[in-house]
Design a protein around this ligand. Structure first.
Ligand code: CTP
Ligand code: CA
Length: 228
């Protein structure tokens, strides 16, 4: 299968992919994260390498094998992920498949937090915004062809289109995470790609590997022929 897909669509191109969740520390033993499995991003990295790209995969904490011929950089937090991505620039294409934590605790407690009777039965954590990795890279003067994912549980296409605009992307891949049989922590996915002309292309339910190969072919086609 890999051989038949070895099509050179992305030969000589450097493709940067973010994948997985990030972890944001609360104290030395606790953190905040999300349910991202990293599988979609890793499948995209594998498919892009098969298409001839030089692939840098910046991965949050996941236990997945590194695809062949992919350079993997492991990170923990959103800020680490941004630093690693900036160090990997320049690239020709960026696919942001990571589920980046939007907020992190404002301070990381130096010692394990103890239950404090002064707080009653509650705990208040002050959170601050993390940097937007995709918007930051897509906003650079040397911006790559930039592809985002929009994970939504409602108003999927409207929210996705807004993200495409706000982050100055070339494509956004809309992903309905309310449906438990697809997306996030499942084996399969079904997505809709939206371009700057708001043209929608649907990729029906299939394994993440199959969706990844279809998406890489679609992204490469748009990258190679932007006028079409
Ligand atoms: N993203 C990113 N850095 C962040 C947040 C998001 O790079 N700090 C990227 C994701 O990898 C994804 C896209 O932006 O490709 C959209 O992520 P999503 O969480 O759906 O949207 P947000 O912009 O964070 O908006 P919200 O969560 O409020 O819907
Ligand atoms: Ca978010």
């Amino acid at each position: 299968a890999a051989d038949s897909f070895e099509n050179g669509l992305l030969t000589g191109r450097h493709l940067l992919i973010t994948a997985g969740p990030t972890q944001e520390n609360i104290d030395p033993v606790r953190y905040i994260t999300n349910h991202s499995s990293g599988r979609m991003g890793f499948a995209l990295a594998e498919a892009a390498a098969e298409a001839g790209a030089r692939v840098t995969l910046v991965a949050g904490p996941v236990f997945l094998p590194t695809p062949e011929r992919v350079q993997r950089i492991d990170v923990i937090s959103a800020r680490d992920m941004l630093t690693a991505c900036e160090a990997a620039m320049p690239c020709d294409l960026l696919i942001a498949a990571a589920a980046v934590a939007d907020y992190r605790p404002e301070v990381v407690a130096p010692h394990k937090l103890k239950k404090d009777p002064a707080n009653g039965d509650g705990l208040l954590l002050q959170m601050v915004r993390n940097p937007d990795i995709l918007a930051t890279l897509a906003g650079r003067p040397d911006r790559p062809f930039s592809v985002g994912f929009a994970a939504e549980t409602e108003n999927l296409l409207a929210y996705a289109t807004r993200k495409l605009r706000d982050k100055n992307l070339d494509l956004i891949i809309a992903n309905d995470v309310a449906n438990p049989s697809i997306g996030f922590n499942s084996e399969e996915n079904a997505v809709t790609a939206i371009d700057r002309q708001q043209h929608e292309t649907r990729f029906g339910q299939a394994s993440k590997g199959h969706i990844a190969r279809q998406l890489v072919a679609f992204i490469a086609e748009r990258f190679n022929h932007p006028e079409r």
